[in-house]
Ligand binder design. Structure first.
Ligand code: FUL
Length: 515
């Protein structure tokens, strides 16, 4: 009995020992992920990168006075849309494939589009709003727009101008003298009263605003414009503003001229240069970068502060009947030079005096949306295709193999060993294809590493280089000026400051003979 009991427990012992050895070797030999390289995006920033393309809405007194920078001389009666329909905005954007909309809650003129307690200078004091309220209708345009965004499943952001002409003593407002809109001139370091406190209060109202059904409004981005057209010097308390935003809207991105969570791209044309780094080395509180520096960013910079390119569908930010809209083709070019260069595109689409986006503009957005979708949907690499790589991290094909670039999973990537900073991946297309564009994504969750890449294809039997670039980042679209016929494509990472991690690689085209 004793012997038998011993032999069973010995067998068990051996079994456990083998199990432990297997477990230990799995731990020792399965390759740990690469360590993060310098700065990495926060979870909010990662989500924001993926929004890619969304709308700006400039709407307010300027819409009715036909100005770009109104000088705060009109009373709120000026704001009188004849058929305001914020649902039309949100539906148009959702239909056009835009991920969200950012509304000017207060532009430089200082008139608030929401029912604020901070100033009398708000549309709620105008005739249009009072009439609506007397009919039991909502007249808070910020709240209405937020409700529409929610209804159509797009993000909602807020622009709140730090420069406030209504409170700036350098800007004379004779038309308002003696009215209830004649308010203390608190803008500027040398004026009595604290403008920072006033602005912080406005910001707090906006980030804590609720929909009329009592549900909270989720703000995806706060756009704190850095522009001013006045000599008045006002030192802003950005830290305070940042804390307010992050306390009440932990999921929001704070956009500032040169950062905080996202930066200006340095121009207002919706484009950027070929090299674009997601990092910079200054915050909002420090001296400003030049436009060129904002376009490029700073490689290995101190903060993850990716760029957003703001642009106009029409000539102005606000609606002017005499101005023309860009064409869908122009928007496509713009898209390639913003989203195609790892930068989000914020396209302004201003409502007219009815309070709706004019039909022609909606059509252009839809045309561009279809054109873009048709272009992007011609993917020819499927998960099953054979992909070869110059090497795979720790030979761990399951975790880091090159097939990860085709699996459509944003969390997986192809990685090589830590000591390698160049790498090559090759895809056999299993047939001949006519190709004209490539989409490459770096695995930015672990930092931006790549500083040089090339894409080659076998054309007439030998490899030819079709595209080369510097930075990769979140997403890079390389479009060829002429398509080529090939059956084999190669992606080469030619320079990286740390072992390169490729999240996704895609080729656009069609099977030869099918075009
Ligand atoms: C600028 C402003 O001065 C323009 O009016 C517009 O709002 C644009 C988006 O930002 O700084």
């Amino acid at each position: 009995m004793m012997t038998r009991a011993w032999s069973i427990s010995r067998r068990q012992w051996v079994f456990y020992l083998v199990g432990a050895v297997n477990w230990l070797s799995a731990v020792v030999y399965s390759q740990a992920p690469p360590t993060a390289y310098l700065r990495t995006p926060s979870a909010n920033q990662l989500e924001w990168h993926a929004l890619e393309y969304y709308a700006f809405i400039h709407f307010g007194p300027n819409t009715f006075t036909n100005e770009e920078w109104g000088t705060s001389q009109s009373t709120p009666d000026v704001f009188a849309p004849t058929a305001l329909d914020t649902d039309q905005w949100a539906k148009s954007f959702a239909d056009a494939g835009m991920a969200g909309m950012i509304l000017t809650a207060k532009h430089h003129d200082g008139m608030a589009l929401w029912d604020t307690n901070t100033t009398t200078y708000k549309i709620s004091n105008g005739k249009w709003a009072k009439d609506r309220v007397s009919q039991g209708l909502n007249a808070d345009v910020v709240q209405m727009a937020a409700a529409s965004a929610k209804k159509y499943g797009i993000k909602f952001g807020i622009y709140l101008s730090p420069w406030d002409i209504h409170r700036d003593p350098a800007m004379s407002k004779t038309n308002l003298t003696g009215t209830i809109y004649d308010e203390p001139q608190i803008f500027g370091d040398n004026t009595p009263g604290d403008y920072n406190e006033f602005y912080a209060q406005q910001l707090t109202e906006l980030v804590t605003m609720k929909l009329s059904d009592g549900s909270p409004i989720q703000v995806s981005e706060l756009w704190l414009d850095g522009n001013s057209g006045s000599a008045t010097v006002q030192t802003f308390n950005w830290t305070d503003f940042r804390n307010i935003i992050h306390e009440y809207q932990p999921g929001a991105i704070m956009w500032g001229h040169q950062g905080v969570d996202a930066r200006w791209v340095g121009n207002e044309d919706g484009v950027t240069v070929a090299t674009n780094w997601h990092t910079i080395s200054r915050t909002q509180d420090e001296p400003h970068y030049s436009g060129d520096q904002l376009e490029t960013g700073v490689r290995d910079g101190a903060y993850w502060t990716p760029a957003e390119a703001d642009a106009r569908l029409r000539d102005g930010w606000f609606y002017h009947a005499n101005e023309k809209s860009k064409t869908a083709d122009t928007l496509m070019t713009m898209y390639m030079q913003s989203v195609g260069r790892s930068v989000n595109l914020l396209l302004d689409v201003p409502p007219d005096t009815t309070g709706q986006i004019v039909e022609g503009d909606v059509d252009i957005l839809l045309q561009f949306g279809s054109q873009r979708d048709a272009f992007l949907s011609r993917t020819i690499l499927n998960p099953g295709l054979p992909v070869n790589a110059s090497s795979v991290r720790g030979e761990d094909f399951a975790l880091y193999g090159p097939a990860n670039v085709l699996d459509g999973n944003k969390d997986t990537y192809w990685a090589v060993n830590d000591n390698e900073t160049t790498s090559t991946l090759e895809v056999d297309l299993d047939g001949t294809y006519t190709v004209d564009a490539f989409i490459t994504q770096e695995h930015i969750a672990l930092g931006q590493r790549v500083g040089g890449y090339a894409i080659d294809a076998v054309v007439n039997g030998t490899y030819q280089t079709l595209a080369t670039g510097t930075s990769l980042g979140y997403k890079r679209i390389d479009r060829l000026s002429a398509s080529v016929e090939t059956n084999r494509i190669r992606l080469r990472i030619t320079q990286a400051n740390a072992t390169p991690l490729v999240n996704s690689f895609q080729v656009l085209g069609a099977r030869s003979g099918s075009v």
